[in-house]
Each structure stands twice: as structure tokens, then as C-alpha cells.
Design a protein. Structure first.
Length: 93
């Protein structure tokens, strides 16, 4: 198992933020990821418009999973409307 951090930029509307978070939680469970920590980083201005969005709700996950599952996870979330952007980074051991 490898340690990862992932930051998600979710929509700011409460219902869409909660739906986006549920999607991420569900997809992490599907790849047998063990969540080590979460941090709600709050609503921030975006550097540029994403569609009609000027702000995003940033959320950080720290988790462990098999490296072969990371691409599966990213493929499953990349076209979800509730998730504006994301990045997954492998942490140094």
C-alpha cells in the first residue's frame, strides 16, 4: 500500500458539494483505499473560470491504496459534474 494525498475542487452549492464528497468516498471504497485523514479547506476563489464557476470548495484526502488502483479511481471520477478538478499525489515514504 502506498500513501497518497488528493485535493478535490468541488462545487460550492451545499447539495452539490455533499454529492461530490459522497462520490469521492464511494469511489475510494471501491478501490479498497484506507482513508488516513480528511480536511475541509473551505471555499476559495478559483484562478480562472471553470464553466460558470468563480469559486470552488476545496477538500483534501489522505489515503493508502494499491498503486494499480489509482488510475481506476481517477478514471471513475474524472467526468463527474460535481467534481470541478482534482489531483492525486503519491507521498514520499
Amino acid at each position: 500500500m502506498i500513501n497518497y494525498e488528493a485535493v478535490f475542487v468541488l462545487r460550492t452549492e451545499d447539495d452539490l458539494f455533499n454529492k461530490g464528497k459522497e462520490i469521492v468516498d464511494s469511489e475510494l471504497k471501491k478501490v479498497d483505499a484506507e482513508i488516513q485523514g480528511e480536511e475541509d479547506m473551505g471555499v476559495k476563489d478559483l484562478a480562472y473560470l471553470l464553466g460558470d464557476q468563480r469559486k470552488g470548495h476545496y477538500y483534501l484526502y489522505k489515503f493508502q491504496t494499491d498503486p494499480l488502483q489509482v488510475q481506476t479511481f481517477e478514471d471513475s471520477i474524472k467526468h463527474k459534474a460535481e467534481i470541478l478538478r482534482h489531483i492525486v499525489v503519491k507521498l514520499d515514504q
